[in-house]
Design a protein around this ligand. Structure first.
Ligand code: SAH
Length: 256
């Protein structure tokens, strides 16, 4: 039965915000997540293949990134009421006021990470700040040897755990804690990726990045705007570049 087949808008405007407005009734509560309807799961490979075609047309060229986005079933990470939007290029609410990033932004950030000087043969250990629902952690698990993903909201940490359990990704480690302090036990990291935007890069992230490693994070960049920041740690020091504007949920300190 394919009565809930997802729709595919041809292309969203590139100016579409990354963080979706919170739908009414989805305030701060974390609703129990119903399993994704079977009908969508059955033909979702074709839907994902089309999503990946659009990403490739939009400039994503790294085969490992395209393959990972083809493999990971994004509809399993969103609320059942939103499943028909899972393969649109849009961010979606995941509860507790947070959002899953849109696929083009996930792909862009992963491609940037894979461009790191030390990433010629895939990525080694990666730290993700902001596990959210666990989607990006699952994608990272396919392009990196080891993934440490940290989340400050216990409800989302638990939800990510439940979402990832059936995937049995032995190389993805979920941590409940404040990612502003990084995660020392996994350091040094070949790559650090943040899914929440702060005012400045916390010192721990610079410290925990390996020489030859790369950090990609949304950061405040003048006038309340956010932009993607890329930091390379070289033997000669840090090299920073500011790229395109983005719109992520805020990086916050402490746990809740
Ligand atoms: N990568 C996620 C996107 C989650 S949105 C996904 O695929 O679903 C960003 C997440 O960052 C939110 O869940 C938010 O709670 C979390 N976050 C914000 N500040 C944080 C911090 N200091 N440490 C850990 N997680 C943080």
């Amino acid at each position: 039965m394919q009565s809930r087949r997802p729709g595919f808008p041809a292309r969203l405007p590139s100016s579409a915000p990354v963080a979706a407005p919170r739908p009414a009734g989805q305030s701060l509560a974390l609703r129990p997540q119903a399993p994704a309807p079977q009908g969508v799961g059955l033909d979702s490979a074709a839907v994902r293949a089309r999503m990946v075609q659009r990403l490739a047309a939009g400039g994503i060229t790294a085969p490992a990134v395209l393959q990972a986005l083809r493999d990971v079933e994004r509809h399993r990470f969103v609320d059942s009421a939103l499943v028909n939007q899972a393969y649109e290029d849009t961010s979606l609410p995941i509860g507790l006021g947070q959002t899953i990033s849109k696929p083009s932004v996930v792909a862009r950030m992963l491609q940037l990470l894979l461009g790191a000087p030390c990433a010629t043969a895939g990525l080694g250990r990666v730290l993700e700040i902001g596990t959210g629902c666990g989607y990006q952690a699952a994608v990272l698990g396919r392009v990196a040897r080891e993934v440490y993903s940290i989340e400050r909201l216990r409800g989302l940490h638990e939800r990510a755990r439940a979402n990832l359990r059936p995937l049995r990704l032995a190389n993805v480690h979920l941590i409940f804690g404040d990612g502003m302090a990084g995660y020392g036990p996994g350091a040094p990291y070949a790559a650090i990726i943040a899914a929440a935007g702060g005012e400045a890069v916390p010192g721990a992230w610079y410290d925990q990045l390996a020489v030859g490693g790369r950090l990609v994070a949304p950061m405040a960049h003048g006038g309340g705007q956010q932009a993607l920041l890329v930091v390379d740690k070289t033997p000669q020091g840090f090299k920073e570049s500011v790229l395109e504007a983005v719109h992520f949920v805020p990086l916050k300190s402490g746990v809740a």
